[in-house]
Design a protein around this ligand. Structure first.
Ligand SMILES: [Zn+2]
Length: 231
């Protein structure tokens, strides 16, 4: 009889144990589900991430004028509009500092101030200013990305973008470069880079920069870099 009572007690204890194991399992399952929800919310947040793209110059400020007569302001805007289109498809919000051929203020200094204030007020994860370069020696060519000397994030973004641009033009030996004199780099409080897409003083590069297909390739390279940096 004692043996029987002992057996029942053991079985009851086992049942209680199984019940608690199930309970613990359910709790673990719940917490795993909660973690998955948090991860989903995180990726939903990615969809609201914002980038400011700044097509340099505009209106009476043409920027550099190419050896072939093309104006920097126009190329900057075309590439920037394409970047916006590509990034929007990737669910990244883009604010352009200008969407047409206009200057943002009466003077060049106030125009730059206006661009910086858009970047600082919108607080994007990254601001990208699009420009074209020029040099007194025609032979110089290739895109180059600049970042503010003291910005670790700017440097990281610039190196990623430079790498993507080099994939487009493997002969380009230029590296991302630090700078502490450009107004936009100095005054912008969010990570910011200036992309000099190419040299309008180099005839063959100026001709390419004027082509829609090359503008599209540049926009894709810059967008790829932006996506890599923000992801
Ligand atoms: Zn420029």
């Amino acid at each position: 009889m004692k043996k029987k009572i002992g057996l029942i007690a053991v079985m009851a204890a086992l049942l209680v144990l199984v019940y608690f194991c199930q309970l613990a399992g359910d709790m673990l399952w719940d917490s795993a589900a909660r973690e998955r929800e948090t991860a989903a919310a995180g990726s939903a947040k990615e969809g609201t991430r914002l980038v400011v793209v700044d097509p340099g110059h505009g209106g009476i400020d043409a920027g550099k004028v190419g050896i072939n007569g093309v104006e920097e302001k126009e190329i900057n805007l075309k590439i920037s509009l394409k970047i916006k289109e590509i990034l929007n498809k990737e669910k990244v919000d883009v604010i352009l500092t200008r969407e047409s051929d206009e200057r943002l203020a009466d003077t060049q200094v106030s125009d730059l101030k206006e661009r910086v204030s858009i970047m600082n007020n919108q607080k994007p994860v990254l601001a990208v200013s699009i420009h074209q370069n020029s040099y007194h020696e025609e032979s110089v060519s290739g895109s180059q990305v600049f970042y503010y000397t003291d910005s670790t994030e700017g440097k990281q973004a610039a190196e990623i973008l430079q790498r993507c641009l080099k994939e487009l033009d493997p002969e380009n030996a230029k590296n991302a470069a630090a700078n502490n004199t450009y107004y936009i780099l100095k005054k912008t409080e969010v990570p910011v880079v200036i992309v000099e897409c190419g040299f309008l003083s180099n005839y063959s590069e100026a001709e390419k920069l004027a082509e829609e297909a090359y503008q599209q390739s540049l926009a894709e390279a810059v967008s790829k870099g932006i996506l890599q940096y923000i992801q």
